[in-house]
Design a protein around this ligand. Structure first.
Ligand SMILES: NC(=O)c1ccc[n+]([C@@H]2O[C@H](COP(=O)([O-])OP(=O)(O)OC[C@H]3O[C@@H](n4cnc5c(N)ncnc54)[C@H](OP(=O)(O)O)[C@@H]3O)[C@@H](O)[C@H]2O)c1
Length: 244
């Protein structure tokens, strides 16, 4: 394989290969006993991640600005899923995934600094704008949504992942395996290993370490391209990284 091809990002459609390649996680972590909290868990992305993680045996607590809404949403997602307020989901989660819209990102995390102290936070937020020409990436003052999370949560272990995983596929029970790579970013090897281990529990999902949080912007921004791909080809495009 030439140096040029190494690290090439392949944008692929829903199910390009029958089986996921083996995970490139070098060290293993066991997160199976940990509870996953999901902030903004009533939306398609939070619901979809909850559904997939619960199917893999993970305990999941959905969060919402309205606890009743999260409880009602959790009802349909399997026995391992419960619903409560964002505050309680942050408290109960050992690992907390952030799936609120970019517009609510700073306010949501800023209000949960205490509850999220010491927690492994996985930011899945893509700062995007939409206009008549389609989707475009927004560059936050901190550099990325993930870096904004790290700035707002100085006592949390902030990572980023799940940006390119389609909620439409996650929530579709007819889709048995997603067959997609998930880029994982973070500044601590132990933390990104734990996130990779969590992702690796979902059949078909392969987690690939993709750099430190300072490189999160282009990962978040690539979703604007995926939105364009999806519109042109009527697809739910995801990523495959070659040669790892
Ligand atoms: N959809 C996808 O395919 C996809 C894929 C990858 C990543 N993402 C990212 O995941 C995040 C969630 O996506 P989504 O499509 O699930 O979004 P969404 O439905 O717009 O929002 C998710 C939930 O966040 C809460 N929320 C809405 N506005 C809020 C605000 N201003 N402040 C705090 N909470 C608010 C709502 O729950 P309550 O009203 O119950 O609080 C809503 O159900 C986004 O940042 C997106 O970039 C999405």
């Amino acid at each position: 394989m030439s140096d040029f091809r190494k690290g090439f990002v392949a944008v692929s459609f829903t199910d390009p290969s029958p089986a996921a390649p083996p995970s490139p996680t070098a060290r293993t972590a066991d997160v199976s006993h940990q509870t996953v909290g999901i902030l903004g868990g009533t939306g398609p992305q939070g619901r979809g991640l909850a559904y997939r993680l619960a199917r893999a045996g993970q305990r999941v607590v959905l969060g919402s600005r309205e606890a009743e809404r999260a409880a009602a949403t959790a009802d349909g997602l399997g026995p391992g899923v419960t619903g409560t307020s964002n505050t309680e989901a942050a408290r109960e989660g050992d690992i907390v995934i952030v799936t609120v819209p970019w517009e609510g990102h700073a306010a949501t995390l800023g209000a949960l600094r205490e509850e999220l102290a010491g927690k492994l936070v996985i930011d899945a937020v893509n700062p995007l704008g939409f206009d008549a020409k389609g989707a475009y990436a927004i560059r936050p003052a901190e550099g990325s949504a993930a870096e904004q999370a790290a700035a707002l949560l100085p006592r949390s272990r902030v990572t980023a992942a799940f940006h390119h995983v389609s909620a439409a596929l996650l929530t579709d029970p007819a889709v048995e395996t997603l067959n997609t790579d998930v880029l994982v970013l973070g500044d601590s090897r132990a933390d990104t290993d734990a996130v990779q281990a969590l992702i690796g529990r979902v059949p078909g999902m392969r987690a690939v370490f993709a750099g430190r949080l300072r490189n999160a912007h282009q990962v978040e921004a690539l979703v604007a391209n995926l939105v364009s791909i999806n519109r042109r080809y009527k697809a739910h495009a995801g990523l495959r990284i070659t040669d790892v």
